[in-house]
Design a binder for this molecule. Structure first.
Ligand SMILES: Cc1cc2nc3c(=O)[nH]c(=O)nc-3n(C[C@H](O)[C@H](O)[C@H](O)COP(=O)(O)OP(=O)(O)OC[C@H]3O[C@@H](n4cnc5c(N)ncnc54)[C@H](O)[C@@H]3O)c2cc1C
Length: 334
């Protein structure tokens, strides 16, 4: 691991100022906020991340979880994944988020991992994690070793000729289905970014993963209320039953009435370059009769644009079955 300086901050403006000043003052090794450290330190140990300074934000008052006046929820950036997953309001109003969080990592990791850290966790692509190989996301212009290489776990949707890495987070899939908003404080003030505008597709610049700018601190995430009577759930398929990232997953918020789908929100994990919202599946299903045939049609629509690589073609069918099964499970809860 490279040597680094660790500083602590005790106010949000100090955190923003410290990051913005350090990021613009010198070129070279970056400056990073550190929250739970379960992703950042992991990558520092293998020299994928080589910050010259870490800004410890754990002293900031950003760990709260509270109801909003509209019946939604505000989740602090430093709320630990375990605390969110086991919170009564989350279990009651957003089971999809609780289930997604509990399907990830291990108890020990979830006790440290934070909402914002999870949002920004890096891909598990083996070439991103190995500095001996070219990776456009880690080192722009060095090529994508995953194309034609080990790509079994990687993305089918949203990829480019520069990068086929998948977003590994479970939490982010649930937040995508729930229409979360990411609240950010930066040097120019506060802003609220809808989650579908937060992540950037790799395109020609895979190193840029979100709309965050130097100095930007995520302060909290808000969730709108789900439609009254809607059921939500998360289904994750993986190589082993725990402590493993998704091959394919689905987050569903479904409301039915009179045997038909009144509204549905669908997001997919494990198969997208970013957490993948499928408006195609939603359009295919809204207003339709609740049936296995229509769930399968929605799954076909969701994967219509899939571009499998040399080793991950099996995930096309897996993701379709995952989505159709998740829809059936959500419908059965009604
Ligand atoms: C063995 C293992 C298995 C795992 N399995 C899963 C899994 O199955 N599913 C899953 O979803 N995840 C999994 N994870 C990933 C885990 O969920 C993440 O490591 C964790 O969520 C990161 O949160 P953190 O607070 O520790 O982030 P950190 O490591 O502290 O930070 C991560 C990034 O976020 C930035 N950051 C943190 N907070 C802020 C903020 N407020 N504003 C701006 N930037 C910020 C940091 O600068 C850094 O770049 C696994 C991790 C490990 C090590």
């Amino acid at each position: 691991m490279q040597p680094f300086e660790l500083i602590t901050v005790s106010s949000i403006p100090d955190a923003v100022k410290a990051q913005a000043a350090s990021s613009t003052a010198q070129q070279g090794a970056p400056v990073r906020f550190i929250a739970g450290g379960t992703n950042l330190v992991d990558y520092m140990k293998i020299n994928v991340e080589t910050p010259r300074q870490l800004i410890d934000i754990n002293g900031l008052p950003l760990a709260g979880i509270e109801s909003t006046p509209d019946g939604g929820l505000k989740i602090g950036a430093l709320a630990r994944n375990s605390d969110v997953a086991h919170h009564e309001l989350v279990k009651e109003r957003y089971p999809v988020l609780s289930q997604a969080l509990l399907s990830g990592a291990s108890t020990q990791l979830r006790n440290m991992a934070t909402t914002a850290g999870n949002l920004l966790q890096k891909t598990r692509c083996v070439y991103y994690r190995d500095t001996a190989y070219g990776c456009n996301k880690r080192q722009p212009g060095s090529g994508c070793s995953a194309i034609g290489g080990h790509n079994r776990m990687l993305a089918l949707l949203g990829t480019s000729d520069k990068c086929i890495a998948s977003n590994p987070s479970d939490q982010n899939v649930a937040l995508m289905a729930l229409d979360a908003t990411i609240h950010v404080t930066g040097i120019k003030g506060d802003r609220a970014v809808p989650i579908d505008k937060f992540f950037l597709l790799p395109g020609q610049t895979p190193e840029r993963e979100t709309v965050l700018e130097p100095g930007d601190l995520i302060t909290h995430v808000t969730l709108p209320p789900v439609p009254s009577g809607a059921k939500s759930l998360y289904l994750k398929l993986r190589d082993r039953a725990s402590y493993e990232f998704a091959l394919a997953s689905a987050a569903i918020v479904l409301k039915q009435s009179g045997g038909r789908v009144e509204s549905v929100q669908v997001a997919l994990g494990g198969i997208g370059a970013v957490p993948w919202r499928s408006h195609e599946a939603e359009r295919a299903l809204t207003g339709k009769v609740v049936s296995a045939v229509n769930f399968r049609a929605a799954a076909e629509a969701a994967l219509h644009g899939a571009r499998p690589q040399s080793q991950n073609g099996f995930k096309v069918e897996l993701a379709k079955r995952c989505l159709a099964h998740a829809l059936a499970q959500a419908a059965a809860q009604a």
